[in-house]
Design a protein around this ligand. Structure first.
Ligand SMILES: Nc1ncnc2c1ncn2[C@@H]1O[C@H](COP(=O)(O)OP(=O)(O)O)[C@@H](O)[C@H]1O
Ligand SMILES: O=P(O)(O)OC[C@H]1O[C@](O)(COP(=O)(O)O)[C@@H](O)[C@@H]1O
Ligand SMILES: [Mg+2]
Length: 344
């Protein structure tokens, strides 16, 4: 008797709304359309290296597409430095896995690519609230983060109007200003500050003053990695994380001081932080994530290892992992200029 083929699923790197919908899409699609069995590894590559896994039958993914976070847990374990390709291969052999579905951002996919180059069967599913991965039009999680940020900024606006204050909302975005651009446009910000585009603080102060002079409570949306003209690095007063990367966050509070001084307008900053990453995915993200999960299993069934699934227009396609890892997708200058027409 032929045993059913088995796939392992893991989620790695920062979590994001919609990860559970990918897991459900993969398990349901794989079970129904391809007769696959699934196991889930706990905490990303750590679970692979330490044989920490659980069976993922259809009933385990019941009703999870609207659930925030990841039912599998996540970590930033590096499978290459902490175990090596042989450890991953051994784990797959022990658990009789034909391949792995790796759900993660550029770090996870880079690890997936390195493993795939050495013959390990991997299909990637791109994830990031930052929307900064190449070779896909949108990453799931981004729409949810923008929705959460927009709702928060709308609230800042009403209290700002009551007190005639300038309000600053700091949003996430390690390398790219997509969340700031979209949430800023959606909430009608008077200035949007992103890492791709340097602006002098004097210019920001001029936008703030001009909005106030028209009787508005000025609203500034700033991405955590924005670097004002004249400074050489993003604001990262909290040192490095355990992987040696600067821990961003706090530029909003620095701007609060500086803009208040430059404009004389009472100013309050709010750092939205991980609130943007938690909670339920939007309907758009649930649909996108479900389709990506199903397509990832389709790619595995077709033997298209070393690829990732991605959104092109309205279609889900398959691209080589190297295409996703080439260059980060940052906000083009034309998109910034389009938004900047409405500043001040
Ligand atoms: N270039 C790389 N090659 C191999 N593994 C990597 C690479 N970059 C990151 N990783 C591993 O993948 C983990 C997840 O990446 P990270 O950037 O933290 O999250 P994400 O996958 O969301 O981008 C990292 O902690 C690291 O262990
Ligand atoms: O959760 P941490 O380690 O504080 O990381 C925060 C970073 O993760 C993000 O939320 C998402 O980045 P990734 O998609 O690469 O994981 C960034 O916007 C932010 O800078
Ligand atoms: Mg990353």
């Amino acid at each position: 008797m032929n045993l059913p083929q088995r796939l392992g699923v893991l989620t790695s790197g920062g979590d994001c709304p919609g990860v559970n919908a990918v897991i459900r899409g993969a398990v349901l699609g794989g079970t129904v359309a391809h007769g696959y069995e699934f196991v889930g590894f706990r905490d990303g590559w750590r679970g692979v290296l330490e044989d920490d896994l659980l069976p993922l039958p259809r009933r385990a993914v019941r009703g999870i597409s609207g659930l925030g976070g990841t039912i599998l847990g996540t970590s930033r374990t590096n499978p290459l430095s902490e175990g090596g390709v042989e450890a991953v291969r051994g784990s797959m052999r022990r658990h009789r896995l034909e391949g792995l579905i790796a759900i993660g951002g550029e770090g996870t996919l880079a690890a997936g690519k390195a493993l795939s180059d050495q013959g390990v069967n991997v299909v990637g599913v791109p994830k990031s609230i930052d929307n900064d991965l190449g070779a896909t039009d949108y990453t799931f999680g981004f729409d949810s983060a923008v929705q959460t940020a927009t709702e928060a900024i709308d609230r800042l606006r009403t209290t700002g109007e009551s007190h005639h204050r300038c309000m600053i909302a700091e949003v996430m975005g390690r390398n790219a200003g997509w969340i700031a651009l979209h949430a800023g446009m959606a909430s009608g910000a008077h200035a949007i500050l992103i890492p791709e585009h340097r602006v002098a603080l004097k210019q920001v102060a001029a936008w703030v003053t001009s909005a106030r002079d028209r009787g508005r409570a000025p609203l500034v949306v700033v991405a955590e990695a924005f670097t004002p003209e004249g400074q050489d690095a993003p604001y990262a007063p909290r040192g490095l994380d355990t992987f040696g990367r600067p821990r961003l966050g706090g530029i909003g509070l620095a701007l609060e001081r500086e803009l208040q001084q430059l404009t004389g307008i009472e100013t309050r900053a709010t750092v939205l932080g991980h609130i943007q990453r938690g909670g339920e995915p939007t309907a758009f993200d649930r649909v996108l994530a479900t389709r990506l999960g199903m397509a990832a299993v389709g790619a595995a069934a077709a033997g298209r290892w070393g690829t990732m699934v991605s959104l092109r227009g309205t279609e889900i396609v398959n691209v080589g992992l190297e295409q996703a890892l080439g260059a980060l997708k940052v906000v083009p200058e034309a998109r910034y200029r389009e938004a900047a027409v409405l500043f001040g």
